[in-house]
Design a protein around this ligand. Structure first.
Ligand code: ADP
Ligand code: MG
Ligand code: MG
Ligand code: MG
Ligand code: MG
Ligand code: MG
Length: 694
């Protein structure tokens, strides 16, 4: 959004002066879309995934692996070939066959990302409702990886680790190499050139820093191993740097003991994730999906955990979420409650990258007790929206998003308000990085209301990424078909998000979750919307008896949430999905393929299989260079990345992992794609690397 707009990006002092204008114009644009699209009906149930990659420079024989900063060149090459493919004229060797291969599913689309070492790829067009189509996801993801690779140097590879283990470590970690401590980021660990050079990105980073009045502070608790000193002081922090005023940050306590200290947006926004966007048939259904998927965010974060290393050290957390949150936290000391409010309008409890703070569905089951009692919203904006005809809940949602300042403003865009565009609205909307996003139709109203599920971590293989994507699609279908109710108080979702960070949280933590997800209709008095007349569902309603909100949920393990509780009270998401699949017509082969995905989800939840984070920890612990001191050195990083590359390539060749010699794979991936139809392409593999399973 606005990515291609060229113009004069305002520095923070100027941007701040124009923030209110952007908000006001953004709200007018939002009302324009809302009035145009609120009655939109019968949009198709489409969905699409987004996969993000790191680009690395790797040679098997070497002992070092680097991030490649050639995003722009790679994207140019991809765009050129995509153009040629569209015209049917691509004859460049090696690329044409792939690019023209699929008629029904057009060539994947590649996008830039914040990190200059990142790529993002989406399907060429969104997926439809068919079950067969779900089987197209994994081949398409593999195709994307292949196409990306084909547009890289022989030693460059796209990999799907969430973070580069040694980004920001002393010594060279990018190619080309640049000096650190540049004017935009002022980081003591990473150069300004780490960010996508498009003016939007360095401006975003610089203005966040400028608005905060200091650098961002990303502190991750270090994992204390046997030989890790206690207290541990991050040995890479330079307390004697005097290049920028912000170098005082660490002298003022920004780098506490026992924490890996990071100081730039790239440490967060340089992480890769797996996102899924759903189009609803109308706004009502979109609002329902937003609310019902929200409590699943932290659960899926814990289950996809894949981020145990930062800046060359093992962390005591397993996921990326809070690091991104801190890496883009633009709040001032006043907003954070460190100083009395004087120049700023509000205390703001969360970063603009954080778990959701609103529920928005027009749902009789949405009780006021679920809403966030500390929600900050702009009352004037809410009033403007309500005067424009928007209902209270949705107006509150947007009035909450609009407490934020726009960070990147182009002077040219402020000359005239264009109600046929949504640029000012999107400016604020798309820099509110919550774990769900409610996406209105674009200005031309060509597509419908969409909801984005944003918490999942990217996985190493496309099998896993397809499995998690397809699982979320099936859960969403089950939610709609059975009218499921996952409401818990938003504060509990916030707490779950914190718990999802714990090391091995998937096995060790408990999460607040609703005990009975099946629909019951409470009486009017206890709901936000007194309207009981929602469309009927397949499931019988139970008699209404709204008890205490606290009795509606309890603490459950991920295993109980996914596979069902021992006492049978909570059915489990996988069994719910299975009964949904029983209720529709799915052919045997498709059902079998889907079962391999559900199996992965189920076994990751029970601990029969490892999360990516656990697998990485075991890989590092078993490496000859590891000294049980929490240090992930260059050679370990080289070999870990090498393993990720080898797994990706082997998967793409359609073969199993036998003989790769990478430890722990059976425990990560299970009986990889064994079972359906017995074709040798997906042939069953037990003990895939020939070693006894651990
Ligand atoms: P963003 O980065 O803003 O989240 P992207 O364009 O990168 O958005 O990705 C959005 C995802 O939504 C893609 O997978 C795309 O295929 C999918 N998508 C596009 N149009 C629709 C639609 N009408 N309904 C559902 N999904 C869509
Ligand atoms: Mg995207
Ligand atoms: Mg995006
Ligand atoms: Mg992205
Ligand atoms: Mg991103
Ligand atoms: Mg997205």
């Amino acid at each position: 959004m606005g990515l291609l707009a060229l113009g004069t990006a305002l520095d923070w002092p100027e941007a701040r002066k124009r923030a209110q204008q952007v908000r006001e114009w953004g709200i007018l644009q939002l009302l324009e879309i809302w009035n145009k699209a609120k009655g939109k009906e019968r949009d198709a149930l489409l969905w699409g995934d987004e996969v993000e990659y790191l680009v690395v420079l790797y040679e098997k024989e070497g002992s070092k692996v680097l991030l490649s900063l050639r995003q722009a060149e790679i994207l140019d090459a991809l765009a050129c070939d995509a153009e040629l493919a569209k015209k049917g004229g691509c004859t460049a060797e090696g690329q044409d066959a792939e690019l023209k291969q699929t008629q029904s599913q057009p060539v994947p689309v590649f996008h830039p990302e914040f990190g200059r070492f990142m790529l993002e790829a989406t399907p060429g067009k969104p997926w439809g409702i068919g079950f067969k189509e779900l089987l197209g996801v994994e081949p398409d993801m593999k195709l994307r990886r292949r196409i990306a690779k084909e547009h890289m140097l022989p030693t460059e590879y796209p990999i799907t680790l969430t973070t580069f283990p040694r980004i920001g470590s002393p010594g060279q970690f990018t190619f080309p190499e640049y000096p650190i401590s540049g004017p935009r980021l002022r980081s003591q660990f990473v150069p300004d050139e780490i960010a996508n050079p498009h003016i939007r990105f360095p401006t975003l980073a610089a203005n966040i820093r400028s608005r905060r009045g200091r650098k961002v502070q990303v502190n991750v608790p270090v994992f204390h191993d046997k030989n890790t000193p206690k207290p541990w002081k991050d040995p890479t922090v330079d307390f004697d740097l005097h290049q920028w005023p912000e170098d005082d940050d660490v002298r003022n306590g920004a780098a506490p003991d026992d924490h890996i200290h990071m100081d730039a947006m790239a440490f967060g926004m340089g992480s890769c994730c797996l996102q899924i966007t759903f189009q609803a048939k109308n706004i009502t259904e979109g609002r329902q999906m937003y609310d019902q998927l929200s409590p699943l965010g932290p659960i899926m974060l814990a289950l996809t955990a894949a981020t145990p290393v930062y800046k060359g050290f093992l962390a005591n957390t397993d996921v990326r979420w809070n690091q991104i949150s801190n890496a883009v936290d633009c709040r001032t000391p006043e907003e954070m409650g460190e100083k009395p409010l004087k120049n700023d309008r509000w205390r703001i409890p969360k970063s603009r990258y954080a778990s959701n703070s609103t529920y928005i569905a027009e749902d009789a089951r949405l009780r006021p007790e679920y809403l966030d009692p500390d929600l900050v919203f702009d009352p004037e904006i809410k009033q403007t929206l309500m005067d424009g005809g928007m209902d209270d809940l949705l107006a509150t949602h947007f009035a909450h998003l609009f407490i934020r300042d726009p960070i990147v403003i182009f002077a040219e865009d402020l000359e005239e308000l264009d109600l046929k565009k949504t640029d000012h609205f999107e400016n604020i909307q798309s820099t509110n990085w919550q774990h769900m996003r409610f996406k209105p139709p674009p200005a031309d109203n060509s597509i419908g209301w969409r909801v984005e599920f944003r918490s999942m971590e990217i996985q190493i293989t496309d099998f896993e990424n397809a499995a998690f994507s397809v699982f979320m699609v099936l859960v969403t279908r089950a939610i709609l078909s059975f009218d499921l109710n996952f409401y818990v108080p938003i504060k509990r979702v916030d707490e779950n998000m914190e718990r999802a960070h714990a090391l091995d949280g998937v096995l060790r933590e408990k999460f607040y979750f609703r005990k009975n997800p099946f629909p019951a209709r409470p009486s009017r008095a206890n709901t936000v919307f007194g309207d009981d007349s929602r469309p009927g569902s397949a499931m019988p309603s139970r008699p209404a008896s709204p008890g205490l909100v606290e009795d509606e949920y309890e603490e459950m393990t991920v295993n109980e949430i996914i596979n069902g509780s021992m006492d049978g009270e909570f059915p489990g998401l996988v069994p719910i999905v299975e009964s949904y699949l029983d209720s529709v017509n799915v052919d045997v082969e498709t059902r079998c393929e889907l079962a391999t995905y559900l199996d992965l989800i189920s076994k990751r939840s029970s601990g029969e299989l490892d999360t990516t984070a656990r697998w990485m920890r075991n890989f590092i612990a078993a490496h000859p260079n590891y000294k049980q001191d929490s240090v992930v050195d260059e050679k370990i990083t080289h070999d870990l990345v090498g393993a990720a590359i080898a797994i990706g390539e082997r998967e793409n060749e359609g073969r199993n992992f036998a003989g790769l010699g990478i430890p722990g794979l059976p425990k990560l991936l299970g009986n990889f794609r064994g079972g359906c139809g017995g074709g040798d392409e997906n042939g069953a593999v037990a003990g895939v690397d020939g070693s006894p399973s651990e």
